[in-house]
Design a protein. Sequence first.
Length: 141
Amino acid sequence: MADRYQRLLNDSIIIAIGNFSTKLLWFFLVPLYTNVLTTEQYATADLISNLVTLLIPFFTLCITDALFRFLLEDNRKQNEMLLLSYTVINIGFFLLILLSAILMRFYDKYYILAFLFLYLTTAYKSLFLQFIRAKRKIKLY
């Protein structure tokens, strides 16, 4: 039992260091962004980023969280679950492309493509992080 608590403590420390270092990096990069970008450009980048964060749960159906949960319960079907997660993310992305095709008539194509790229990379990043976490490879996570 003590070994379990020790592993929990070690994993918590590793995750805390990872989260803190990411926040610290962001803290130092924001002044660089605001110095290089105009107010309008920074606002557009922030809007795209927030829109991706808002839409990912809807278009992925939170499949990455489900993957994590089910891999913890049954690790034997990991390939099937990972394939299902890919499929859900890709279907959601395809629906988003259809919606974006309509929006391209009203908004700059560059911003729509940037949004789609950021969306897809963020969705896959979340998928891989949850998969690695479920495999209990916390240092890699």
